[in-house]
Ligand binder design. Structure first.
Ligand code: COA
Length: 352
């Protein structure tokens, strides 16, 4: 039996404040009808002033650790690695993962951020799984968390309609490749020629080295919506199919559920069509949370598991696409996990 990283805990969190489409329609030239029909989104969650990505990451991480401990084992103990996927860190420097680790009582372990925008969670999962199978770490907490509400242009009806804040996390342990929960393979890719399609122009070294203030508006997130739509369908479908072919999930042993990055319900349907899957095999939760960037895939997974839509034994394919451009997929047979939606709070908030 070969050594593998095995999913043994799952948790997710969204901030309590809900912003339904109607509230956006009061502020911007848009409507509930346009947003629902063009994206499938009905509402999103948004953080309060002063809150940050680490606050969401800690809540999701806490739930994943409680989930790992719920089966009676010592799964939550012995975590020696925290990988946080985010493009909205608490500060440009340092990384946010060490603060998250410390607030979860895991201070001292290896902790770093991974930046691959909406593909961030799949990349982080691949990095952590590789470290576990290489023997560099034994147990990892992998979190995807973003607060895009903090970088959206308040006057941009397109991006404000799409994005929401949220986080999700899994616990990985080392185990065998034939166990339920074992990560069976990854497919990762990028195309830097498309880096302008999804970007925040200001605030990085390219702009700051000029010594000039950034042009107004460049501090906000911007996206070429239609081009991104096409690239998302193409690359998620291709990446998912590559992985399916490589691990031999065909015929009687084909995919049961696809948990794809939740960008737009029309993108999800198109990916399902490309893969020859029925609508009910494609997990959808963007109606409730919008596009939560690195939080999107683990949040959708947690919702689907809670609803009994993803069940133990299911062949589950995760696939994402995002800025960079980047894309990636991962595959596993779903394990029998307990979700702990509301573990006892034991954590403190960052003071700074
Ligand atoms: N309300 C009303 N009208 C809107 C709107 C909104 N919230 N957002 C955009 N529009 C308008 C556009 O301005 C455009 O108007 P125009 O024709 O007068 O210029 C019109 O709707 C059609 O725009 P278009 O971009 O062609 O619409 P679309 O059907 O492609 O939907 C997106 C736009 C952004 C929803 C869609 O392209 C999309 O989902 N793209 C991918 C986004 C994404 O996934 N990003 C994250 C990547 S990981």
């Amino acid at each position: 039996m070969s050594r593998a990283a095995v999913v043994c805990g799952l948790g997710a969190w969204v901030p309590p404040r809900v912003v339904p489409n109607d509230v956006l329609a009061e502020q911007l030239d848009t409507s509930d009808e346009w947003i629902r029909t063009r994206t499938g989104i009905e509402r999103r969650h948004v953080i309060e002033p002063g809150d940050a990505t680490s606050d969401l990451a800690v809540e999701a991480g806490r739930r994943a650790l409680a989930s790992a401990a719920a089966r009676g084992g010592a799964e939550a103990e012995g975590i020696d690695l925290v990988v946080l996927a985010t493009s909205t860190p608490d500060h440009p420097c340092p990384a946010t993962a060490p603060v998250v680790a410390e607030r979860l009582g895991l201070g001292g372990v290896a902790a770093f951020d991974v930046g691959a925008v909406c593909t961030g969670f799949v990349y982080a999962l691949a990095v952590a799984a590789s470290m576990l199978t290489a023997g560099t770490a034994q147990r990892a907490l992998v979190i995807g968390a973003d607060t895009f509400s903090t970088i959206l242009d308040p006057g941009d009806r397109t991006t404000r309609a799409i994005f929401g804040d949220g986080a999700g996390a899994v616990v990985l342990r080392t185990g065998d490749a034939d166990e339920p929960g074992a990560l069976l393979g990854f497919d990762l890719g990028s195309d830097g020629a498309g880096s302008d399609m999804i970007t925040v122009r200001a605030g990085g070294s390219r702009q700051r080295s000029t010594g000039e203030p950034a042009p107004e508006g460049d501090q906000y997130f911007s996206m070429a919506g239609r081009a991104v739509f096409t690239e998302a369908v193409l690359n998620m479908s291709k990446s998912a199919q590559n992985l399916i072919d490589r691990i031999g999930w065909t015929g009687d042993a084909s995919v049961d559920r696809v948990v794809a990055h939740q960008a737009n319900v029309r993108i999800l349907r198109a990916v399902g069509d490309q893969l020859g899957l029925a609508d009910e095999q494609i997990v959808v939760n963007l109606d409730k949370v919008g596009n939560t960037v690195a939080g999107s895939i683990p949040l959708a997974l947690a919702d689907a598991v809670a609803a009994g839509d993803v069940r133990p034994g299911h062949r589950v394919l995760l696939t994402g696409f995002g800025g960079g451009l980047t894309w990636g997929s991962a595959a596993l047979r779903w394990p029998d996990l307990a979700l702990v939606p509301d573990p006892t709070p034991t954590l403190r908030k960052e003071q700074s």
